[in-house]
Design a protein around this ligand. Structure first.
Ligand code: ADP
Length: 649
């Protein structure tokens, strides 16, 4: 079987040899191979278009420069003429006719220059617009086959699989995610260049956002045995006005790079805030203990397509676009970004944003309501960065803490001073792990042992210390969770035995979808989608959730269906030949013939916001971008059911 070289390499890396694929997986892998081929040819087209439009822009620029030079020349000559006029003021032999002629010529030349400049500007703008449109179309073309891959893989992951097959599925999933990221990067970059990046100003919970982003990298960090730490200053308000999507994008890129370029140690996110006029200035630092950046490179590290050297691409992948986008996004949020680094020791990216003020929001968070003071806490953690962050976090709540860098040190320290209220103990430590240390301390100290909170990594084997441990918290430590844990322990005299170590997380799809879903949210559903594989993916997703759907493959057929049937919910693809999803939706919602309007959810691979507005105008109620994700789909179904059931009761 001839495989695309990239896919073959990934399979070889994961499984030794691509020829060892099980017979039944070959067809599927071939399908993925074809999508890779398609991606390759699409990428060539994009490159071509970008090159083409940059040639046009360069030409237009050259023209502008030449015209500018000509303008300077004209003014020089005008000045010259005025001087002659001045010198010959009283000279009757000087011909006034000559002067008028010269001025007329100059004015004409000037007018020509202006109209040429206008034309050049119009051409440059239209080239830039064409580039953006082309990229939007390309993104759609690439996302469509990717949608099938992601959808199929997601469904495949739901079927009973052997361990090796599950690894196959995970590899394909990761590769398609990487492709989607690259496409999104190119698209974002072109949007920023074209000045089309829209920045929102909506209520944003920065703490929760940081926790979510850090959570996203847990798996990756765990597989490299890296620590992830998070520090949120108490100054940070519960809610601010900003753009959570862009903040998430910036943090994802910086923390992603941190994890990517760090082999040992860890990555920390540190967030601080201070009042800035009417609003807030929020400072973020993403610090790692990785390979670092050579000094001469830190200056242009934020330039587009810039990587430290070409071996970076071979070893770590990436496009060199991430930091360029990050810098522009930070600027869009009213801030600045910079980096400090020592080669082979690590890098520290710091940026700030300006955010608007918001009245405190009620979201169940506990930061402001628990008062902790006069507590002494011992931290035992071999990773200095984590220990330091934890200690700073406790100090910000007015708590005194001491850090020991390992079991030996902790035992020696406690022998001298045991007046601690709590011990926060890392599980993963060399020589003696946290659970073993707890058992040893219990043996040495008996009932005078302070209560122990064990800091575990998600997915590790449950420890053996049982009841000696009062609480277990998964790393990275989230300030709110830690605060809640400490305050709860203060309110309970008995130890609370609660194992928070997550069980198997290797199959991210297991147990998410069930047939009960349709029983609790019954709806009649129509799917209108022209691409067969897409239709199949959504139909399969919905049948997993217990729905039996009607499907049609055009906008015309969708409208036709309403003559004989009614549906509560329609999944409507936006791009269909002959009659688009927009037109079909308009006909269905505007016609009184069909009775009550259905709840229509737009499906599209196009990520531009005008599409969303167009969908709303056409009477569509929700908007999902492909590739569909099970969780997002389920949320949309729940939302739809709520509206449908309340309007029918
Ligand atoms: P990408 O990671 O996609 O190549 P970026 O713009 O995010 O693109 O990063 C550009 C380059 O900057 C990387 O290729 C790498 O050489 C360097 N770099 C970025 N972050 C770090 C970091 N935390 N540690 C070391 N080098 C980094």
């Amino acid at each position: 079987m001839a495989l695309h070289p990239l896919l073959a390499r990934q399979l070889r890396r994961a499984f030794g040899s691509a020829d060892d694929l099980p017979e039944k997986s070959r067809g599927f892998v071939e399908l993925v191979g074809q999508a890779y081929e398609q991606f390759d040819s699409d990428r060539k087209l994009i490159d071509n278009a970008m090159r083409q439009s940059s040639i046009e822009l360069t030409d237009a620029n050259r023209l502008l420069r030449e015209e500018n030079d000509a303008k300077v020349d004209i003014f020089d000559r005008l000045l010259e003429t005025l001087k002659i006029l001045d010198a010959n003021e009283h000279d009757s032999s000087f011909s006034l006719k000559d002067i008028v002629g010269t001025i007329e010529r100059l004015v004409k030349e000037r007018q020509e220059t202006v109209s040429e400049l206008r034309l050049a500007k119009r051409e440059a703008e239209s080239a830039s617009r064409a580039k953006s449109e082309f990229l939007a179309n390309m993104s759609h073309e690439i996302r469509t086959p990717l949608n099938s891959i992601v959808g199929m893989v997601s469904l495949l992951g739901e079927t009973p699989l052997e361990k090796e097959q599950l690894e196959f599925v995970n590899t394909i999933q990761q590769s398609s995610d990487a492709l989607i990221n690259t496409i999104s990067d190119i698209l974002d970059f072109s949007k920023i260049e074209a000045g089309e990046m829209m920045i929102e100003s909506i209520p944003t919970d920065v703490t929760m956002l940081c926790e979510q982003v850090v959570d996203m990298f847990l798996g990756q960090a765990r597989s490299k045995s890296l620590d992830l730490a998070l520090y949120i200053s108490p100054e940070l308000p519960d809610g601010v006005l900003s753009d959570p999507t862009r903040i998430r994008q910036i943090l994802t890129n910086l923390i992603g790079n941190g994890v990517k370029f760090t082999k040992q140690g860890g990555v920390a996110l540190i967030v601080d805030a201070e009042r800035d006029g009417d609003g807030w200035r929020i400072d973020f630092v993403v610090e790692d203990t990785g390979i670092g950046i050579p000094e001469d490179h830190s200056k242009h590290i934020f330039n587009s397509f810039s990587q430290v050297d070409s071996s970076t691409t071979r070893k770590y992948g990436g496009t060199g676009l991430g930091l360029a986008i990050t810098e522009r996004l930070v600027q869009c949020l009213g801030g600045q970004i910079g980096v400090e680094s020592t080669l082979n020791e690590g890098a520290s990216f710091h940026f700030n944003i300006h955010a608007g003020s918001l009245q405190p929001i009620e979201n169940g968070r506990i930061t402001q309501c628990v008062i902790l003071n006069d507590l002494r806490i011992l931290i035992v953690d071999d990773e200095p960065l984590s220990g330091r962050i934890l200690s700073a976090q406790l100090q910000s709540w007015g708590l005194e803490s001491t850090v020991c860098d390992g079991a030996k040190n902790a035992i020696a320290h406690l022998k001298k001073d045991m007046a601690y209220d709590f011990i926060l103990m890392d599980f993963n430590m060399p020589e003696m792990n946290g659970a073993e240390l707890a058992i040893e301390l219990k043996r040495l100290m008996g009932d005078s042992l302070p209560r122990i909170v064990l800091l575990t990594s998600r997915g590790v084997e449950p420890d053996v210390a049982g009841e000696i441990i009062s609480r277990r918290i998964a790393k990275p430590i989230k300030p709110n969770e830690l605060k809640l844990c400490i305050s709860e322990l203060l309110n309970t005299n008995d130890s609370v035995h609660e194992n928070q170590v997550n069980s198997d997380t290797s199959n991210p799809w297991s147990g998410q979808m069930s047939q009960d879903f349709a029983r609790s949210s019954p709806m009649s559903i129509l799917i209108a989608e022209d691409v067969a594989v897409n239709r199949k993916v959504i139909e399969l997703y919905l049948s997993r959730l217990g729905y039996t759907c009607t499907t049609v493959n055009s906008g015309i057929d969708a409208v036709e269906m309403f003559h004989s049937d009614t549906f509560d919910l329609v999944f409507m693809d936006m791009q269909m030949p002959e009659m688009s999803g927009l037109e079909a939706s308009r006909l269905i919602t505007e016609s009184t013939k069909f009775g009550k309007s259905p709840y229509i959810i737009a499906l599209t691979a196009n990520v531009f916001s005008e599409q969303r507005e167009a969908a709303e105008e056409a009477g569509m109620k929700d908007y999902l971008t492909k590739p569909l994700r099970p969780l997002v789909l389920m949320q949309a179904l729940k939302k739809a059911y709520k509206v449908i059931s309340s309007s029918s009761s």
